[in-house]
Design a protein around this ligand. Structure first.
Ligand code: APR
Ligand code: PHB
Length: 389
């Protein structure tokens, strides 16, 4: 098999890149380890920056999002009973779109199918060969058979646990990491959202987030120790804990019900530099992870694709390498700014095990300052709605 661009991983990064390349007449093959059903069963975050919305529209996958997504002009940050509204629209002129990553992925698969794109599911033992030469190729197994895919470029879109990043020799990359000492327990329920906007809650009982997927589907999170297991969290325990973290004007009126999904995710900040080795380019979670507190994971993946897709089109179609030569540097500038924001939001809103009383006062003071200062709110809003590409 042959492709101009071989794409490892059929998550949002790989699918969006493939879609934009195919639209420009660049041939791709996506190699995805899991089944499509598995990829589409993963519940991930759900806040899209305006730049992400524009990219999805450019890729021709914006229609269902425009019809079913929920535009949000603001969100709340709270400290026990103090509610601080961040008015994105007024402070930045822009809003965000609440639309689940699972839906984005489903729309991308549908568009790729309509385009006749090649997506191979169930691949195993992917090995990227000669990425630092002008003739890279991929070997992989599918249905017990070993196959070869020749290509001009390789896009590593295979997430944090993929093979692409590890293909870059260790002495050619630097890794930066912070692992947080807690996780998020997430619950999806068929209940009306607690509030029409998202609430990021700092409280003396820990962090909680009230989010949503639609007017009848809610997504909630509470901070939990990393040692906790999902089966230790009955629905009742979850709702009681969640309510204890939210301001009473919200907690007292919120609808609760049976959970339809419950999972615990660890929180991590991670960057691997550079994003390029020869003809291999890392995109999305393969290169970087953010804690979910700023809703930047999917948005950063889309911004990587923004920097890479035109560069690859220029390289394949015109032999112009300027774009691919600057990809890593340009993408990393924005990645580090989102890293900083996600880390700051995480630090501002969570209780750290063994912290002193001073740390708790710093969080309170930061939230109180936000409630008083439009400058502080504008800075948060600018980062939340997405810095320019
Ligand atoms: N070979 C082929 N495919 C692989 C391999 C491999 N060795 N390893 C992983 N994959 C696949 C995974 O099954 C997954 O479908 O690569 C895909 C990677 O998808 P994601 O992990 O979703 O990463 P990405 O596409 O970069 O999406 C951006 O940012 O914060 C997150 O939640 C956000 O998942 C979103 C991500
Ligand atoms: C979600 O709805 O799952 C969600 C929203 C905002 C975040 C993280 C997760 O910051």
């Amino acid at each position: 098999m042959k492709a101009e661009v071989a794409i490892i991983g059929g998550g949002p990064s790989g699918l969006l890149l493939s879609q934009l390349l195919n639209k420009a007449g660049v041939a791709t093959v996506i190699l995805e380890r899991a089944s499509r059903e598995h990829v589409l069963s993963r519940i991930r975050a759900g806040v899209l920056e305006a730049g992400t919305v524009a990219m999805l529209q450019e890729a021709g996958v914006g229609d269902r999002m425009a019809a079913e997504g929920l535009p949000h002009d603001g969100c709340f940050l709270t400290d026990d009973e103090l509610m601080v509204r961040i008015n994105f629209k007024e402070l930045t002129g822009t809003s965000v779109m609440v639309y689940g990553q699972t839906e984005v992925t489903a729309d991308l698969y549908a568009a790729q199918d309509a385009m006749g794109a090649t997506i191979v599911h169930g691949v195993e033992d992917v090995v990227i060969h000669d990425a630092d030469s002008s003739e890279p190729y991929i070997e992989y197994s599918v249905g017990g058979e070993r196959k070869r895919l020749d290509c001009a470029y390789v896009a590593g879109c295979d997430g944090f646990h993929g093979v692409s990043r590890k293909t870059i020799p260790e002495d050619k990359r630097s890794e930066f990491e912070r692992v947080y000492p807690f996780g998020w327990l997430g619950v999806l329920s068929r209940t009306r959202p607690a509030h029409e906007e998202l609430i990021y809650a700092n409280s003396s009982n820990g962090f909680a987030l009230a989010s949503m997927r639609s007017e009848t589907l809610s997504r909630y999170y509470v901070q939990v120790p990393l040692s906790d297991r999902v089966d230790e969290w009955s629905d009742e325990r979850f709702w009681t804990t969640l309510k204890s973290c939210l301001p009473s004007e919200v907690a007292d009126h919120m609808e609760t019900g049976p959970s339809i999904e419950k999972s615990i995710a660890p929180l991590r900040s991670f960057v691997s530099e550079p994003l390029r080795w020869g003809r291999l380019f890392l995109v999305g979670d393969a290169a970087h992870i953010v804690p979910p507190t700023g809703a930047k994971g999917l948005n950063l993946a889309v911004s990587d694709v923004h920097y890479l897709y035109q560069a690859l089109i220029d390289a394949v179609k015109k032999g112009d390498k300027t774009g691919i030569d600057s990809y890593s540097e340009r993408a990393l500038l924005r990645i580090w700014k989102a890293m900083r924001f996600s880390w700051q939001m995480t630090t501002m809103l969570h209780q750290f095990d063994g912290e002193d009383s001073f740390a708790a006062q710093m969080r309170k003071a930061t939230l109180y300052h936000l409630s008083q200062s439009e400058t502080a709110r504008r800075d948060l809003a600018e980062n939340y709605i997405g810095l320019p590409f």
